[in-house]
Design a protein around this ligand. Sequence first.
Ligand SMILES: Cc1cc2nc3c(=O)[nH]c(=O)nc-3n(C[C@H](O)[C@H](O)[C@H](O)COP(=O)(O)OP(=O)(O)OC[C@H]3O[C@@H](n4cnc5c(N)ncnc54)[C@H](O)[C@@H]3O)c2cc1C
Length: 488
Amino acid sequence: MRTKQQYIEHLFRKNRNVYYKGEKIGRDHEVLEQSIGVLGHTFDAARNPETAELCTAKSHLSGELINRFCHVHQSTDDLHKKQDMTRALCRQVGYCIGRCMGVDSLNAVNAVSYEADRMNSGKTQYHKHFLNWLDYFQKNDLVGACAQTDVKGDRLLRPSQQPDPDQYLHVVERKKDGIVVRGCKVHITQASVADEIIVVPTRSLSPEEKDYAVAFAVPADYEGVTQVIHPHNMRKREHFKRGFNFGAADSYVIFDNVFVPWERVFLCGEYQHGGICALLFALFHRHSYSGCKPAIGDIALGMAALAAEVNGIEKVPHVKEKLAKIIQVSELGYAAGFTASEMGKAEIYIPGMGQVPYGPGSCIPNSIYCNVGRCLTGEAVFHEQEILCDIAGGVPATFPFEQDLINADLKPFMEKYLKRNSKMQVEDQIKFWLYLSDMTVSDLAGGLNYASYHGGGSPVMEQIAITSQYDIQQRKNIVKKLAGMTLE
Ligand SMILES: Cc1cc2nc3c(=O)[nH]c(=O)nc-3n(C[C@H](O)[C@H](O)[C@H](O)COP(=O)(O)OP(=O)(O)OC[C@H]3O[C@@H](n4cnc5c(N)ncnc54)[C@H](O)[C@@H]3O)c2cc1C
């Protein structure tokens, strides 16, 4: 396994293909520093005796100890550990740990490449190619980003109906030694500070959409790949230092006639499995949310409780009610993920067929529980912000800047008028309001709320998954029986 320093040194050697504010930048640009700090933490955590057991696993390929973010889940225990690792690390960095997109996509591709080969009766070698790539990925302890979301053009048109066929990434040429792809994937978290980009389809596909059924991996600085980033960083602090400086950067990833050798192609043309690949990545990613969203809930709860304490209103009934709401959502989200882990199987749900075996035996979390948990916690994001706004009052929106807080002329006034709770040091009260302001009324906070709401699929996508997979007919029959109606 690599150290954080080795990850950084490798990253800084990458080709310059990242644009920020009109300039081509290196990975050593200060705007990526906080994102690198977050991913760097995943290397530290794998070596820290307190978190090593959660954050490492035994590779099913080499038998070696690897970072859990590179692992294919072999058991329900692996799913439990991935959920708990995600919650633990998100608590430590203060938001998204940023490495789950890689592990979620490689778990999806592992199953899909196997099944596509099986359908093709040995005419393709996707799974063999995938396992060779995975072995390289695991041995080098690489960071993966997942590029699923296409730009999508007109939302009501299918990929094959778009006036511009590049609105969904697709194969434009098949060659003897590989394929050429074109398109643009959007909102790709941490792609600029990742080693590899794993590309999977966005949606279900029809027989005439074979060219869109493509999955592959390329280095993040690969020829023909251009990234345009939107970083979300905590504001710079000089005097009132934080425990962790969180940051993440999302990319538009443009694939301009990119040649991908067959050894890195894991699906190409099998439209049935293209749709399943899209759903499976979303499923694994929604399972990751059952770890990260409870952690974000933990932080929201801590902020709400501290705001109440600083304001002296902890015992007020409406505050208790609001704290209870945050706890309910976080722990129900966690419980849904726990159940999804516990019910994990080498199976998926296929409409019309129900639960069917899928993949080479690796463990897939239960879909209903992943989706209900993700939907519940995703929909709660803005309500949690509303609770924080209510309990905090207006302070986070108008709080003075650091420089004014330490200015010799202003300092006595600041400390006198910013002190609310006589039992807490004024410096701690200042640090708390600065943090709450970072997390609720900043550029960063706006981006994070969108990430929590839409990442892994908007709530409506989870509602579609839930209602199409849940046995609603069985529930109708329960009522028919109770009501004495005729059963079909
Ligand atoms: C900060 C952030 C980070 C992200 N990170 C990643 C990442 O790392 N990798 C990745 O692949 N993706 C990532 N995503 C993408 C995320 O999965 C998508 O934002 C999400 O799936 C919604 O897609 P969209 O943004 O295109 O919105 P849309 O799909 O355009 O949704 C907008 C609205 O249109 C509605 N709509 C869309 N299509 C239809 C239709 N056919 N019929 C009816 N209504 C429709 C939706 O329900 C919604 O109400 C990230 C997103 C954000 C915001």
